[in-house]
Every structure is written in C-alpha cells, then in structure tokens.
Design a protein. Structure first.
Length: 155
C-alpha cells in the first residue's frame, strides 16, 4: 500500500469519492485513474496533484517521493518549503544527474525471479544490476561498431 492509498483509507474515503472530487479538475478522471495513481502506474498532472492535496488534506511531499515529484516538475523549491509549516519536511531529492527509466516485465517472469537473486549474484539493488547491465551493453555496442568500421575499410 502506498502513501496515497494509506491517506485515502485513513480518511475513510473510497476511490469513487476521490475520483468524483478529481472530476472537478479533470473531467476524464475516474476510479481507474485513482487506482493507477495508487498503484504507481501513472502520476497525476499538476492540477490533479493539487486536487489530491486538497481532497486528502496532505501536502504533495506527504503523498509522493521526491523522485516522482521531480519527474512531474512539482518538487517543492527552497522558497516554497520555507513558506510551508515548520513541521513539514521535504523528501530528499533524487541524486543529481539521474533520471527515472521504467521497464515492464510479465507477471509470470517476475514471479519466477528468486527473492535472493540480486544478493546471490553480487548486486546490492536493482539499480546496481541495471547500471552493470547497461555498461556491458555499451561495451558490446562499441565492439560491434568497431567491427563494422573494420569491415567497411576492408570492403
């Protein structure tokens, strides 16, 4: 359960009730959209994010991680944080020079992955595995480009 869903449930609201309030901002809003927000499948627009803050009585930093807010261009600035209440703290920002890349795999394939796969193979996280895999891919790319150039010179 994510923070958005936790907050909704703590207030005793249903997804249809939240979607009805979002319809005031976004006519296409529906229960499925609220569900997708809660599951992290998609992120709200800036207007919908403001409506979610109002409906759920929580700040965006209470509902979403800094990485998601940064992706939306809705990460609070130092100025807006100083204007906010002193008890509210902004989530940590994403590491500089990084961006979010999402991949989808089938449920069947995901279910086949052992829980200790990364640890047994020497990776501390999916991010460290992904970085290593991309470095290998870049090496393969460079080798193939070199081979193509050699073939072109001999032809």
């Amino acid at each position: 359960m994510n923070r958005l869903q936790e907050r909704r449930m703590a207030l005793g609201l249903t997804q249809p009730q939240v979607s009805a309030r979002l319809k005031e901002t976004e006519p296409r809003a529906d229960v499925g959209m609220v569900s997708r927000y809660e599951k992290g499948v998609c992120l709200p627009t800036a207007d919908q994010l403001k409506a979610l803050e109002d409906v759920l009585g929580a700040s965006r930093t209470e509902l979403y991680d800094a990485e998601d807010l940064d992706l939306l261009g809705a990460l609070p600035t130092a100025e807006s944080r100083s204007e906010a209440s002193e008890t509210e703290t902004a989530p940590p920002t994403a590491p500089t020079g990084r961006f979010r890349k999402c991949y989808r795999i089938s449920r069947e394939f995901a279910a086949s992955l052992p829980d200790d796969l990364l640890q047994v193979c020497g990776y501390s996280s999916w991010q460290s595995w992904h970085d290593a895999a991309l470095k290998r891919l870049l090496g393969e790319y460079a080798a193939r480009k070199r081979a193509t150039k050699k073939e072109d010179k001999t032809a």
